[in-house]
Design a protein around this ligand. Structure first.
Ligand code: AMP
Length: 301
């Protein structure tokens, strides 16, 4: 089952305590698409500028990602510059240039409109809504957002939340959205806004899943070296949705497995800068780490 993703396709300039990278391929849709492509076919909706190199498009086509919905417009590509602290859970946005993204109105190719699995990546909630409006038969819609949109487009975001099944969100952003500091109370408050499931990303501490009837938690896979946490959240979402779309199993058990696959893919992303690690990752490595993850969290046997 293929997945449609809308989000940013970006140039990222990243500084971490271990080094830096200039104008590498990034963006919420990019990480999501490459991560999900290990399990399911992916279609991207987004916009790039005239400066976007062929070499980066080849990264997507090399993973079989459908680019018919990726528009090239006059102007420069979205550019984000971020700097991480010694504590890699903390990062500052140093520069944010929307460029061709400002004023972008998503227009889905006909072949995209029957998509059943949809991920509304981190982007303006009005653009997320516009994508939803053009879809005919969604089966599962998940959504991500960030502080920028919670603070500046709260009303539009609330409308989107009423239309989706699953919200994937950072812990600090869950607090901001709900006004609750305690993470359980924050999740409960967000469930009242519309989503049936809330997945709270807690960086190196893992993920918590909340629904009306259950709570599930996993740690992040413990790594000796983390080089660049950029895109971990979107890779998690990509692995999660990719596996969910492939299995079609939306039961509690199916969701839990998908969460672990998402966590496994994200653990590879952070091992190198940008998308470098994911572009040389094999499904065999994913499966092997999934087994290690099972052993890590097993307390039954
Ligand atoms: P993550 O580390 O998973 O939260 O996502 C990092 C990605 O988000 C980077 O590749 C950036 O290009 C992208 N990004 C940063 N700021 C924004 C924003 N305001 N809207 C959309 N995407 C953004």
């Amino acid at each position: 089952m293929s997945i449609l993703v809308v989000g940013t396709v970006a140039f990222d300039s990243i500084e971490t305590p271990f080094g830096s990278a200039e104008r590498v391929l990034g963006g919420s849709a990019s990480y999501f698409a490459v991560a999900a492509s290990f399990f399911s076919p992916v279609k991207i909706v987004g916009v790039i500028g005239q400066d976007f190199p062929q070499e980066y498009l080849t990264i997507f086509s090399g993973r079989g990602v459908d680019l018919e919905g990726l528009r090239r417009e006059k102007g420069e590509t979205f550019h984000w510059r971020g700097r991480y602290h010694e504590d890699l859970n903390v990062r500052d946005t140093v520069e944010l240039h929307l460029n061709v993204l400002s004023g972008f109105v998503p227009h889905l190719p006909e072949s995209y409109r029957d998509a059943e699995y949809v991920f509304l990546g981190n982007i303006d909630p009005d653009m997320q809504m516009e994508v939803l409006r053009q879809l005919r038969r969604m089966r599962l819609v998940a959504c991500d957002t960030m502080d920028h949109w919670i603070l500046n487009s709260g009303v539009a975001l609330r409308k989107v939340l009423r239309k989706i099944e699953t919200l994937v969100i950072n812990d600090s952003e869950a607090r901001l959205l709900s006004g609750e500091h305690n993470i359980v109370r924050a999740a409960r408050a967000i469930l009242k806004m519309g989503p049936k499931v809330v997945l709270i990303k807690r960086g190196e501490y893992g993920v918590l899943q909340f629904s009306d009837s259950s709570i599930f938690g996993t740690p992040a896979y413990p790594l000796e070296e983390v080089f660049d946490p950029t895109g971990a959240g979107d890779s998690f979402a990509g692995g999660f949705m990719g596996y969910l779309a492939r299995s079609g199993d939306h039961s509690e058990r199916g969701l839990r497995r998908s969460i672990v696959y998402g966590s496994v893919v994200a653990s590879f992303t952070v091992e190198d800068f940008g998308l470098k690690r994911l572009t040389r990752l094999s499904l065999g490595e994913v499966e092997e780490r999934y087994q290690r993850f099972l052993a890590l969290t097993d307390f039954h046997t």
